[in-house]
Design a protein around this ligand. Structure first.
Ligand SMILES: C[S@@+](CC[C@H](N)C(=O)[O-])C[C@H]1O[C@@H](n2cnc3c(N)ncnc32)[C@H](O)[C@@H]1O
Length: 212
């Protein structure tokens, strides 16, 4: 993750949950994860690029534990505030950037990640790290933008955008190359967002699920 992108997310963290579009997206992706990846109450889940923990906290009642990991100290600070305020057992927030750091020793039954990969330069490195961090039989569930013409973020450079979404077949091939099998990709949500000029545009969001 670039320094620009870290400071963008640090600066956005305090206001992040105030955007209704993000809450609607989190609910749709969370429900798609429940439906397609079927987490159970015993699972230890990693939410990579957790931000303020919207997806983490949605999943927490359905699983054994959630570790929220992010490279932005500002995002993690907001999530730690929620964990403390709610006295949330089974939830923790950790600093992690798999583009820069070695793969940690912790192992999970499921890794989820929503709207993170288009901010990641070396997607293949991160997917391989996911594979390594999963227990045998573990599941990855990753949501991101379908390929789009570069309109989703008003300023790519400021937001540290490395990809204008992903082609689904290309993402399937990347997941297979990282070692995942049984890959299924479905539509989790369609974000409606005004773009330059005020026109409202649809941005479909896919959920890719695969197993180790
Ligand atoms: C668009 S936000 C999504 C946050 C959250 N998943 C959600 O759905 O609300 C992207 C998040 O990914 C984090 N991120 C970007 N690049 C990362 C990296 N290389 N490692 C870890 N986190 C990263 C950002 O700090 C930010 O919190």
């Amino acid at each position: 993750m670039s320094q620009t992108s870290t400071s963008y997310f640090d600066q956005s963290a305090g206001q992040w949950d105030k955007e209704p579009r993000r809450i609607a997206l989190m609910k749709a992706v969370g429900q798609a994860i429940l439906r397609e990846a079927k987490p159970t109450g015993q699972m230890d889940v990693l939410d990579y690029g957790c931000g303020t923990g919207l997806i983490s906290l949605f999943l927490l009642p359905h699983v054994g534990s959630v570790t929220g990991a992010d490279s932005s100290p500002g995002m993690l600070e907001v999530l730690r505030g929620k964990i403390q305020a709610g006295g949330l057992m089974g939830m923790k927030a950790v600093a992690l950037d798999l583009e820069k750091q070695e793969v940690p020793d912790s192992r999970f039954h499921m890794i989820v990640s929503s709207m993170v990969m288009h901010h990641v330069s070396d997607v293949d490195r991160v997917l391989k790290a996911f594979h390594q961090m999963l227990r045998p039989g573990g599941i990855v569930a990753m949501a991101d933008l379908d390929s789009e013409p570069g309109l989703f973020h008003p300023d790519d450079a400021a937001a540290g955008v490395h990809h204008h979404g992903f082609d689904r077949l290309e993402m399937k091939a990347r997941l297979e190359a990282a070692g995942f099998g049984n890959i299924k990709i479905s539509t989790a949500h369609v974000v409606q967002k005004p773009v330059a000029g005020g026109e409202l545009r649809d941005f479909p969001i896919f959920l890719a699920v695969g197993s180790r």
